[in-house]
Design a protein around this ligand. Structure first.
Ligand SMILES: Cc1ncc(COP(=O)(O)O)c(C=O)c1O
Length: 444
């Protein structure tokens, strides 16, 4: 039986409504389209580091970090202290007055960026960040057409729903004006595999093709996640972005990297996912892990591109609020002080090699992929046909939860386990994770 590593933390006694009562309230008063994980949903009421606790005090290893959002660990004391101190002093004014937090935070964030990427816009969500990035690219270039990638996820606002490329997230309403999707550069399922040394260039040729056949020949922007997250942790072949960027820039467009999931050291080797592809984007969008759970997101670009948005006022009431900036700044400091990028590299490498060993044992595993602590395990019914093992994946997922391990699920067919824990997990946690996953796979 898989056992969680010991922990001395004692969760507080829970005194609120029961899980059944909360579920009933959700059904009565919340958006009926929201889904919950697990046949019988679990209620999580407390978190510390890499662990979550339900209302009965049961501990789980969080292998999904609140959908890749809790970057430095649940309720990290330094992050909590920074937010509490600011909450106690001044919560809100907007950018109509000066406040040090937004300026200091912008300076610190810009210091993490390569090249001329040094102007920050703060917003509240990844969708807003991507909407702003597209507006900015269109305003700067004077071009309208946008190229995104199939299997990508960029948000749920009307603008970003257009960029997103999974039918499951697109409502049957008018959207996608001026947005087209190029081939997903997936070396597991796509036409060019990992044995093809030119796969990056070949997939990027489809971007060129789309520009020639689907647009006026002039484009506003190309947007891609640096690793496709919701799409099931799809890592692009080497030189894909480099080649794609060349085609886009030749057509007058700007290149946008969506770092909402892959940024902030998660890939282990680099602070930003795009660096693993050897490119420097024109605009970078970020959210989720940037704030360890607070509503903070950002767009970073060059002074020259930012100038394009000075013809009108860009204003965001909560964007860069003193509290979220204090929290975001503390997150950056913790990543550095606790060398969490290095932890992603070491512990992530250990986890990936363990997953590859599980793949030798369990034929259900079709593919293990990802970088650092952004990993995916795709389950298939047959390794030859690669038929997605959707039901089996759901069963493994459910069993993992019973064993005390929470992971995510993704890919168009919901057959990829997504493992993206807080970046502070340890080798002992990984031993537990692998043991639980092995047990779950054996049970299915
Ligand atoms: C890569 C990526 N971009 C953008 C978004 C949208 O972020 P938000 O949900 O904060 O609007 C997400 C959310 O999952 C994402 O994964």
């Amino acid at each position: 039986m898989s056992e969680l590593p010991p922990s001395s933390y004692q969760p507080k006694p829970y005194v609120g409504p029961s899980a059944d009562e909360v579920l009933a309230l959700r059904r009565e008063h919340l958006n009926p389209a929201i889904f919950h994980y697990y046949k019988k949903p679990i209620m999580i009421v407390e978190g510390r580091g890499q662990y979550l606790y339900d209302e009965n005090g049961r501990r789980y290893l969080d292998g999904f970090g609140g959908i890749v959002t809790v970057s430095v660990g649940h309720c990290h004391p330094a992050v909590v202290a920074a937010a509490q101190a600011q909450n106690d002093t001044l919560q809100h004014t907007t950018t109509i007055y000066l406040h040090p937090n937004i300026a200091l935070y912008a300076r610190d964030l810009a210091a993490k960026m390569p090249g001329e990427l040094k102007v920050c816009y703060f917003v509240n969500s990844g969708s807003e960040a991507n909407d702003l990035a597209i507006t900015m690219a269109r305003a700067y270039t004077g071009n309208y057409d946008v190229i995104a990638l199939r299997n990508g996820y960029h948000g749920g606002s009307p603008g970003t729903m257009a960029l997103t490329s999974h039918h499951t997230w697109k409502f049957n309403v008018p959207h996608s004006f001026g947005v087209q999707h190029a081939l997903m550069p997936d070396t597991y399922r796509g036409p060019y595999g990992r044995d093809d040394g030119d796969a990056g260039q070949k997939y990027a040729d489809d971007v060129k093709n789309l520009i020639q056949f689907g647009t006026s020949g002039q484009v506003g922007a190309f947007i891609a996640e640096s690793i496709q997250g919701v799409g099931g942790t799809v890592v692009f072949p080497p030189s894909y972005l480099k080649n794609a960027y060349e085609h886009v820039r030749a057509a007058g467009g700007l290149c946008i990297a969506d770092e909402v999931q892959a940024g902030f050291g998660r890939t282990g080797t680099h602070f930003w996912g795009f660096e693993t592809q050897g490119v420097i984007p024109d605009i970078v969008t970020m959210a989720k892990g940037i704030g360890n759970g607070c509503p903070l997101a950002a767009v970073v670009t060059t002074p020259k591109i930012a100038k394009a948005l000075t013809t009108r006022i860009h204003f965001n009431t909560f964007g860069g609020n003193p509290v979220v900036c204090a929290q975001g700044r503390a997150v950056l400091q913790v990543i550095e002080r606790e060398r969490l990028q290095e932890n992603c590299l070491n512990v992530g490498g250990y986890l990936k090699s363990g997953l590859l060993k599980l793949a030798e044992k369990h034929a259900l595993i079709g593919d293990v992929r990802g970088l650092g602590l952004m990993l995916g395990v795709e389950l298939v019914k047959d390794r030859g046909t690669k038929v997605p093992a959707k039901d089996e994946c759901a069963a493994v997922f459910e069993k993992c939860k019973d064993l005390g391990l929470l992971v995510g699920k993704g890919g168009l067919f919901g057959n990829t386990l997504r493992i993206k824990p807080p970046m502070c997990i340890t080798r002992s946690d990984v031993d537990f994770l692998l043991s639980a996953l092995n047990e779950a796979l054996s049970a299915v």
